[in-house]
Design a protein around this ligand. Structure first.
Ligand code: ADP
Ligand code: MG
Length: 240
């Protein structure tokens, strides 16, 4: 579904991604881990063409994306994104936040978009919060609305960038639970997270990043129980 080949990204003189090769199959959950500053967020942003890259190829659904020729707004609809800081529109209700892209980007009829938004709210366990504004929601509820909003465009895959890192500890599980349900339903996902329990339980593949490179990848069991690389061992000692 997603194939990255030899991706290089620099900010000025700083090499942030140094030749990334990554495959994500349909229905697969890939958890991306690694030290702060290793390039995880940059990689997700490149996948969604929020960053221009110096070199490399990104293939989506067997098509090579050409950022100079293709309509990137259309390309971005294939990948939904969920951020650490939710990024909800503060002056819109939960329902309106979810309806926004279908109505304004896809030009879907309001009534149809609203019905779909209510289904999504139900899916993330927030049917009763349709008319609540973000300021009236807990962090966990906000993130669940953000997930529903990402799903509203019917993406082929979801990219999560530390979706629970801004949450109070007691709110982490409600978000992980929604993510786990999505995984069980076959949603293709790339998840940057420090939640190693989630990685162990849900990931098909764990990918370890360090200094702009993928240093190791394998099943959770391989990576957590018998890491091959020194850098993986070091990182795991710090987070486990
Ligand atoms: P991670 O998500 O793994 O913590 P990031 O992808 O956020 O890492 O950052 C990787 C490196 O790129 C860091 O050294 C960071 O300072 C740098 N970086 C990220 N975004 C920018 C930017 N917009 N301009 C300059 N440097 C950046
Ligand atoms: Mg990051």
């Amino acid at each position: 579904m997603i194939r990255v080949r030899n991706l290089h990204k620099k900010f000025g003189d700083v090499n942030v991604l140094r030749g990334i090769d990554l495959h994500v199959k349909k229905n697969e959950v890939v958890v991306l881990i690694g030290p702060s500053g290793s390039g995880k967020s940059t990689l997700l942003r490149c996948l969604n063409f929020l960053e221009e890259v110096q070199e490399g190829e990104i293939w989506l659904n067997d098509g090579l994306v050409n950022p100079r020729k293709d309509n990137l707004n259309e390309v971005r609809q294939h990948l939904g994104m969920v951020f650490q800081q939710f990024h909800l529109f503060p002056h819109k209700t939960a329902l309106e936040n979810i309806m926004e892209a279908p109505v304004y980007v896809k030009k879907q009829a309001r009534q149809e978009a609203e019905q779909w938004a209510r289904e999504l709210l139900d899916q993330v366990g927030l049917s009763d919060k349709a008319n609540a504004y973000p300021s009236q929601l807990s962090g966990g509820q906000k993130q669940r609305v953000a997930i529903a909003r990402a799903l509203a465009m019917k993406p082929d895959a979801l990219l999560f960038d530390e979706p629970t890192s801004a949450l109070d500890p007691e709110l982490v599980n409600e978000v992980l639970q929604v993510m786990k349900e999505l995984a069980d339903q076959g949603m293709t996902m790339i998840v940057v997270t420090h939640e190693m329990g989630f990685a162990r339980e849900v990931a098909d593949k764990v990918v370890v990043m360090d200094h702009g490179r993928l240093v190791e990848q394998g099943t959770p069991e391989q990576v957590f129980n018998s890491p091959r690389k020194e850098r993986t061992k070091k990182f795991l000692q710090q987070v486990l």
